[in-house]
Design a binder for this molecule. Structure first.
Ligand SMILES: NC(=O)c1ccc[n+]([C@@H]2O[C@H](COP(=O)([O-])OP(=O)(O)OC[C@H]3O[C@@H](n4cnc5c(N)ncnc54)[C@H](OP(=O)(O)O)[C@@H]3O)[C@@H](O)[C@H]2O)c1
Length: 321
C-alpha cells in the first residue's frame, strides 16, 4: 500500500511517500481501506519532534480517517467488510491506504457525510465537545466566544454550541472565514485581525461579557480573553503555541476559571459519551464538517505547510486517497 512515512523528525520534506505492506489485523482490530485522512496541526508538531507523545520511527502520521472496512479481527462483531466508518487513531497511522484501528475507536459513518467530512470528526468535533460539554459544562442561554472559529475545531464548536442552545460569537481572520463562521451558525462574527474587535464583541452581546470562551490560540489571546468574561466564566484552552502574559486579577474579579483541554485525556466513558453525542448530531444534521481543501498524498509537504502557515482558514484540510 502507499503510505506517507517519516524516518526522522523535522520539516515537511521528511514526509516520504512509500510502498509498504498492508498491516495485519489483531483480534480486536478493524482494517480500514482509507478514503480520506484528516490533517491536524498536531501531525506537524509530531513530525517536527516537538510533541510530548512521539511515535517510534519510521512512523505513519495521521490521527483520524474515514473509509470502508476491509477486514476484521476474530473478536470484532460491530462492523463487517464494506461498512462505511470513521476512526480515531491515538497511535497515528492515518496517512496510508490501509490502517488497522482499535475496534473501540471505530464509528459508523452516515451516508449523510462524505468520506472527507468523516475524516474531520474525531479530532475537531471530539475536542470541541470535550472543551464545551465535558470541561466547561455549557448551558442553554449562555454566551460563548469561539476565538478562532473558522478552522476545524472552531466550526465544530460553533455547531455544538448552537445545538446546545447557546448564543455564539466567533472570530476569523478573513472575509471568507467570517462568512463561513456565520453560515455554520454563529450569531455574531468578528475579525481577530481588527483593532478593538473584542470590545465590539462584548458590545454586541450586551456588554456583560462571555460565560465561556473556547480559545484556539492561547499564546496570543489568553490575556485579552480574561478581560471579556462574565461572572464565573470558563476559558477552555484548546490551542496554544507558546507562552503568554496574563493578569490573574481579571480572574479574581469574575471568579473565572482557565481549563486546559486535551483530547487524549478522555476516559473510556467520556469518549463513549462524546461519540454518542456526535453520532446523534450527525443523525440530526447539526454535525456537518466543512472541508476547505483536499490534498493528494504526494502533496503532503504543501499540506503540512498550509495547516500551520496559511491564514484565512475555511474548515478542515484532508488527504483524499
Ligand atoms: N487540546 C487538544 O486536544 C487539541 C485538539 C485539536 C486541536 N488542538 C489545537 O487547536 C488549535 C486549532 O486546531 P484546528 O484543527 O481548528 O486548526 P485550524 O483548522 O488550522 O484552525 C486554526 C484557527 O485559528 C485561527 N486563528 C489564527 N490566528 C488567530 C488569532 N490571532 N486569534 C484567534 N484565532 C486565530 C484561525 O483563523 P484564521 O485562519 O481565519 O485567521 C483558525 O480559525 C490548534 O492549535 C491545534 O493544535 C488541540
Amino acid at each position: 500500500m502507499r503510505a506517507l512515512r517519516i524516518h526522522k523528525f523535522g520539516g515537511p520534506d521528511n514526509l516520504k511517500l512509500e510502498d509498504i505492506p498492508i498491516p495485519s489485523v489483531g483480534d480486536s482490530e478493524i482494517l480500514v481501506r482509507v478514503h480520506a485522512a484528516g490533517i491536524n496541526p498536531v501531525d506537524t508538531y509530531i513530525r517536527e519532534g516537538a510533541y510530548a507523545a512521539l511515535p517510534k520511527l519510521p512512523a505513519i502520521l495521521g490521527k483520524e480517517i474515514a473509509g470502508e472496512v476491509e477486514d476484521v479481527g476474530e473478536g470484532v462483531s460491530s462492523v463487517k467488510k464494506g461498512d462505511r466508518v470513521f476512526a480515531f487513531l491515538p497511535e497515528n497511522g492515518g496517512y496510508a491506504e490501509y490502517v488497522a484501528c482499535q475496534q473501540a475507536n471505530v464509528y459508523p459513518l452516515s451516508e449523510k457525510l462524505t468520506f472527507s467530512q468523516g475524516s474531520g470528526l474525531c479530532v475537531p468535533y471530539f475536542t470541541a465537545y470535550r472543551a464545551l460539554v465535558t470541561k466547561c459544562h455549557i448551558k442553554p442561554g449562555e454566551i460563548l466566544l469561539v476565538h478562532g472559529a473558522s478552522g476545524a475545531v472552531g466550526i465544530a464548536a460553533v455547531q455544538i454550541a448552537k445545538a446546545y442552545g447557546l448564543t455564539v460569537a466567533g472570530t476569523a481572520g478573513s472575509i471568507e472565514g467570517m462568512d463561513l463562521v456565520k453560515k455554520v451558525g454563529a450569531d455574531h462574527v468578528f475579525n481577530h485581525g481588527e483593532k478593538g474587535y473584542l470590545n465590539n464583541a462584548v458590545a454586541a452581546i450586551g456588554g456583560r461579557g462571555f460565560n465561556v470562551v473556547l480559545e484556539n490560540l492561547a499564546n496570543v489571546n489568553l490575556g485579552a480573553d480574561l478581560t471579556v468574561l462574565d461572572q464565573h466564566a470558563r476559558v477552555a484552552v484548546v490551542g496554544c503555541r507558546g507562552t503568554v502574559e496574563v493578569n490573574p486579577r481579571s480572574l479574581m474579579l469574575t471568579e473565572g476559571s482557565i481549563i486546559g483541554v486535551m483530547l487524549a485525556g478522555a476516559t473510556k466513558e467520556e469518549a463513549e459519551e462524546t461519540a454518542e453525542a456526535i453520532l446523534n448530531g450527525i443523525d440530526s444534521g447539526w454535525v456537518n464538517p466543512v472541508v476547505a481543501q483536499e490534498y493528494m498524498l504526494d502533496e503532503a509537504a504543501q499540506a503540512h505547510h498550509d495547516i500551520i502557515h496559511n491564514s484565512g482558514a475555511r474548515g478542515k484540510l484532508v488527504f483524499k486517497l
